[in-house]
Ligand binder design. Structure first.
Ligand SMILES: Cc1cc2nc3c(=O)[nH]c(=O)nc-3n(C[C@H](O)[C@H](O)[C@H](O)COP(=O)(O)OP(=O)(O)OC[C@H]3O[C@@H](n4cnc5c(N)ncnc54)[C@H](O)[C@@H]3O)c2cc1C
Length: 397
């Protein structure tokens, strides 16, 4: 009997991970991305153990390790004077959660996944091929493809829509009633700073999180400490498509004018700011219909305040592979995938939202938050993430 055939729309972190997991589950995989060339774009990613454990199993982590960095801690600082509020120790991350906590560049992760995909005979990647629609029937699923001016068709046993937060395929899934994707009122600005130009304290192998009024700042060294990844989140009205609108540094200089000198010096050292609007959407009730399922941002776009967008897409991929390898009845397996993932992903979506509110508090509420962080201390703060990072339960194990 020939291997079952999975179609995947979207070769981002989610689609690439899903292709690898489905190939492991015994599927032949056709992976389509609308982009002519997969853009090695984006900024740093925090790869928590719940995701790094899966990448290790897929043979991807070993390719990523040379360019990634294991931070020793997360340091939370107060914006106005740089005071440290709390240090969450990460030295024992692997012992505590069963897999490493890593800092990596999104482009490096994408390349490591693409390398693994290229080595897998069961996966065929088609770029410049947009999935425009689908028809799911009792015996299989057919998709319509657009390749430039050419219209093509393909068919398979299931379709996985991993076409990102602006997913068009999600809109076509019967029964999803997706709420509108809305602008959260915040933008993310990112830049890479050459380590030679960065203030020395910014080169520590740590993730630093600065909390200020209606803004926060995250930075950490990347690529063997040769660059510092800087992400500034500000409350700002800005609506645009894509990840790479050019940002004007004078705006940030003004917005962070009252912040501690060290933070301002880091921002001043950055060139080539890119910014994108942070989008949010309420969780949806159904991720699957018949032989079609959503995965990654298409299923659960989330605000980045828990740094879980990529990690949750990777968890989806592992759960999907597990479900389809256990049950050859595709429709039942897709429902099992949804059952395994939906509550957790929704919980992460909602927790990310709450985290954003806490980060941007001002006045007495911010004072109370800072006192609470100090009182709790790093070890207790760390324990609050066990539910999220622990790689020893479920498909991540
Ligand atoms: C270029 C880029 C840069 C990013 N940079 C950052 C960043 O700096 N920080 C951050 O937190 N997150 C970033 N992200 C998002 C982050 O990677 C995702 O939130 C997370 O990895 C979940 O990934 P995903 O695979 O679900 O979606 P995505 O990573 O968005 O991937 C979706 C893929 O689907 C493709 N696609 C869309 N529609 C179709 C279609 N109809 N047919 C075929 N293919 C289609 C897209 O070309 C894309 O490759 C970026 C995403 C992209 C695409």
């Amino acid at each position: 009997m020939s291997a079952p055939h999975a179609l995947i729309a979207g070769a981002g972190i989610g689609g690439l991970s899903a292709a690898l997991c489905l190939a492991r589950a015994g599927y032949r995989v056709s992976l389509f991305d609308q982009a002519e060339a997969l853009e090695e774009a984006g900024a740093g990613l925090q790869l928590s153990p719940n995701a790094s454990s899966i990448l290790r199993r897929l043979g991807v982590l070993e390719r990523l390790l040379p360019s990634s960095l294991a931070p020793r801690a997360v340091r939370i600082r107060r914006a106005r004077d740089g005071a440290t509020l709390c240090v969450l120790p990460l030295e024992d991350a692997e012992k505590r959660w069963g897999a490493p906590y890593l800092l990596a560049h999104r482009a490096d992760l994408q390349r490591a996944l693409l390398d693994a995909v290229a080595r897998e005979d069961a996966i065929k990647l088609h770029t410049g091929a947009a999935v425009a629609g689908f028809l799911s029937g009792a015996d299989g699923v057919a998709i319509a493809l657009r390749k430039g001016l050419i219209r093509l068709e393909a068919s398979g046993d299931c379709l996985i829509c991993a076409d990102g937060s602006r997913s068009l395929l999600r809109e076509k899934l019967p029964g999803t009633r997706p709420g509108a994707l809305r602008f959260s009122g915040r933008t993310a600005w990112r830049a890479l700073v050459d380590a030679r130009c960065a203030p020395p304290e910014m080169l520590r192998a740590e993730t630093s999180l600065w909390l200020g009024r209606k803004a926060h700042l995250v930075h950490y060294p990347l690529r063997g400490g040769t660059v510092v990844n800087v992400v500034a989140i500000v409350e700002e009205d800005f609506r645009a498509d894509g990840w790479s609108t050019e940002g004007c540094s004078a705006f940030l200089a003004e917005r962070f004018a009252r912040w501690d000198t060290a933070a301002r010096n880091l921002l001043a050292a950055a060139e080539n700011w890119r910014k994108w609007p942070l989008l949010d959407r309420d969780p949806i009730a159904h991720w699957t219909s018949g032989r079609v399922a959503l995965l990654g941002d298409a299923a659960h776009p989330m605000l980045p305040f828990l740094a879980q967008g990529a990690a949750q897409a990777i968890e989806d991929a592992a759960a999907l592979g597990g479900a389809l390898s256990r049950d050859r009845n595709v429709e039942r397996a897709l429902l099992a995938y949804q059952a395994a993932r939906q509550a957790r992903a929704t919980h992460v979506q909602q927790a990310s939202r709450r985290q954003g509110v806490i980060y941007h508090l001002s006045g007495p509420a911010a004072l109370a938050r800072d006192l609470a962080f100090r009182a709790l201390g790093g070890e207790n703060m760390l324990a609050r993430y066990d539910w999220l990072y622990d790689a020893r339960g479920g498909e991540a194990a």
